[in-house]
Design a protein around this ligand. Structure first.
Ligand SMILES: C[S@@+](CC[C@H](N)C(=O)[O-])C[C@H]1O[C@@H](n2cnc3c(N)ncnc32)[C@H](O)[C@@H]1O
Length: 207
C-alpha cells in the first residue's frame, strides 16, 4: 500500500531526483555515529534508500563501498541521480522478505526510518536477516523513532504513530525493548545512541 507520509521527498530535478528535508537534516548526525563503526573501504548495504540522499552524503564521507536498495523501484531514478557517482546502482530488496540474506555478506547494514513503516513480523524478519548478512565484525545500524516502554516520547511522535496505525493497524513505532529483544534473539548485542528529535541510533554487533 502507498503510505501518506509527512516527508517522502519532493521532485527537484529532471533526472528524477527527489529531496526530503528530513534526510538532509539527519545525514550529519547519522554520519557522526557511523564514523565510529564504519571503516574506509567497508561494504555497506543500505536498506530502504528512499530518495538516495543518504547514499550521496554518507558513501563519500565514509569512503565506503555503498549498495543502495529499496523495495520500491520507483525510487531508483532518484537514488541513482543522487548517488550514481559515489555508490553502486540501486538494487531491489524487500527487507521484510524472509531469506534475503542468502549469499550476502556486508561490513555494515543501515536502515534509516524504516522500522515504524513495516509490520512487526516484517521488522523481526529484517533484524534476523540482517544479522545473517553481517560479516563477523559487521554492524547493523538502525536509526529512527521508537516507543520507550510502550510510550511515545513527545506529542508529535504520538500523533505520527497514531496516524500510521490509522492508515494500517500493523504499522507504527516499535518499542525499543521489543527491538532489542529481537536483536538479542538474532545473536546481536546493541549500543543505543540518543539522536536529535527523540530519535535513536541502534548499533548492533555479533556477540
Ligand atoms: C521514510 S522513507 C526513508 C528513506 C530513507 N531511508 C531516509 O531516511 O530518507 C521509507 C522508505 O522505506 C522503503 N520501504 C518500505 N518498506 C520496505 C521494505 N519492506 N523493504 C525495503 N524498503 C522498504 C520505502 O520504499 C521508502 O523508500
Amino acid at each position: 500500500m502507498s503510505l501518506r507520509l509527512p516527508d517522502s521527498g519532493a521532485q527537484v530535478g529532471a533526472d528524477g531526483r527527489r529531496h526530503a528535508p528530513s534526510a538532509e537534516r539527519n545525514a550529519g548526525p547519522i554520519l557522526s555515529v557511523l564514523r565510529r563503526v564504519v571503516r574506509p573501504g567497508a561494504r555497506v548495504l543500505e536498506l530502504a534508500s528512499g530518495t538516495g540522499q543518504h547514499a550521496a552524503a554518507l558513501a563519500p564521507a565514509l569512503a565506503a563501498d555503498w549498495q543502495p536498495t529499496d523495495v520500491e523501484p520507483g525510487n531508483f531514478a532518484s537514488i541513482a541521480a543522487w548517488s550514481g557517482a559515489v555508490a553502486r546502482a540501486p538494487r531491489l530488496l524487500d527487507a521484510c522478505a524472509p531469506g534475503w540474506s542468502a549469499g550476502e555478506e556486508w561490513d555494515a547494514i543501515l536502515a534509516v526510518n524504516l522500522l515504524h513503516l513495516v509490520p512487526e513480523e516484517g521488522a523481526a524478519v529484517l533484524i534476523a536477516e540482517a544479522a545473517r548478512a553481517l560479516a563477523p565484525a559487521g554492524r547493523l545500524a538502525v536509526y529512527g523513532p521508537f516507543l520507550r516502554e510502550g510510550r511515545a516520547t513527545s506529542a508529535g511522535d504520538a500523533a505520527f504513530d497514531a496516524d500510521l496505525r490509522a492508515q494500517d493497524p500493523r504499522l507504527g513505532y516499535k518499542d525499543l525493548g521489543w527491538v532489542m529483544a529481537r536483536m538479542g534473539a538474532a545473536g546481536l548485542g546493541v549500543e543505543v545512541t540518543p539522536m536529535p528529535a527523540n530519535n535513536l541510533m541502534l548499533i548492533a554487533f555479533k556477540i
